[in-house]
Design a protein around this ligand. Structure first.
Ligand code: AMP
Ligand code: MG
Length: 325
């Protein structure tokens, strides 16, 4: 009986009836004259309920809290589903709500949100943009911005370390995502020994002052540390090395930096301990599971926007009374 039931649930409770796995394959056919494509009718089966419940405080670094990353789990937390299809449905529903608030933020056109994402190579910074932030892009290609930071160019190195950061702050009304950022100038500089300790250690206070000022000026900053385990990083780097469409992301530097894993964990632990504030908090997001990571970051974004409570601007009286012939 139990066997029959589980069989039934496998057959009749697909969680993603529209997924490529279920739908018959339909591909455009390129003919000498043009292109042909036909899609089969789909009769979706009802989806079973799915839910999540996340306490975000467990990820937030309280100001002054002593962080030791080696003691923090990289595995998905309780409260998120384990199936990819279920997670994707939840993420889609989260995106609907986030989009509503984002429309308000965009219309209000006074403040912005900036998610600064840091983490080891292959920790999912690019995937986070693709899965969580890019879908929020408005149809007009506005509303969302991304900036990534590489080894400083000559021009960048000829300026103070916050110069290039300032130039990439999101516009009013927008949600920005940094793929790496000003924390490279502490962590990478420290671990790779690019400058003396008095230079990078002074930056803890310098970034806090900077973030306070930008916050006061209207950019709500949230900092995300994508916390990936060393074993998971190995799997992802191997996958990059061995998968043709991922090979462009693979480089020897990733493997070299991995050799200093412990130094990076220590440097990031110190950054988290020293630079989390109420105004610009750090969140340590367990990142071994990509779907859980997406749901956590989307939840932090939703909560951030809800707290900002953006409002549609009121139409000025003269415009409200304007007659349209
Ligand atoms: P990726 O994000 O994989 O494209 O790699 C960018 C590389 O640039 C990483 O190895 C970073 O550590 C490095 N990087 C970014 N910012 C800095 C910086 N301020 N100083 C030194 N290296 C940096
Ligand atoms: Mg890389």
């Amino acid at each position: 009986m139990i066997g029959a039931l589980s069989q039934l649930s496998v057959n009749w409770s697909p969680t993603a009836p529209l997924s490529a796995a279920k739908a018959p394959k339909a591909e455009p056919k390129i003919t000498p004259d043009g292109v042909e494509l036909s899609l089969p009718a789909i009769d979706p089966e009802p989806l079973p309920p799915v839910s999540m419940k996340l306490d975000l405080e467990q990820f937030r670094v309280k100001p002054g809290e002593d962080i030791d990353l080696t003691q923090i789990s990289t595995a998905p937390p309780e409260g998120v589903p384990t199936s990819k299809a279920d997670s994707e449905r939840l993420l889609e529903a989260m995106h609907k709500k986030i989009s509503e608030l984002q429309r308000r933020l965009f219309s209000e056109n006074q403040r912005s949100v900036l998610f600064v994402c840091q983490g080891m190579d292959a920790s999912g910074k690019g995937g986070t943009f693709k899965d969580v932030f890019a879908p929020l892009m408005l149809k007009t290609e506005e509303g969302v911005e991304r900036a990534s930071f590489n080894v400083p160019t000559k021009l960048e190195a000829d300026h103070d370390f916050l110069w290039r950061i300032t130039g990439e702050m999101p516009r009013k009304g927008n949600i920005g995502m940094f793929d790496r950022g000003h924390y490279e100038d502490i962590v990478e500089v420290r671990v790779a020994n690019l400058a003396p300790e008095e230079v990078w250690s002074a930056r803890y206070d310098q970034v806090k002052d900077f973030e306070k000022q930008r916050g006061d000026l209207g950019t709500k900053m949230v900092k995300i540390f994508l916390h990936i385990g060393k074993d998971e990083q190995k799997l992802r780097l191997e996958e990059r090395r061995d998968t043709p469409h991922k090979q462009y992301k693979f480089n020897a530097g990733d493997v070299e930096r991995r050799e200093q894993w412990d130094e990076y964990q220590q440097a990031y632990s110190d950054v988290l301990t020293r630079t989390s504030t109420e105004q610009a908090p750090w969140y340590v997001v367990p990142a071994d599971d990509k779907e859980a990571r997406n749901l956590i970051i989307a939840s932090i974004l939703l909560k951030t926007l809800q707290e900002m409570d953006p409002q549609y601007p009121k139409l000025p009286d003269d415009l409200a009374r304007l007659q349209i012939q």
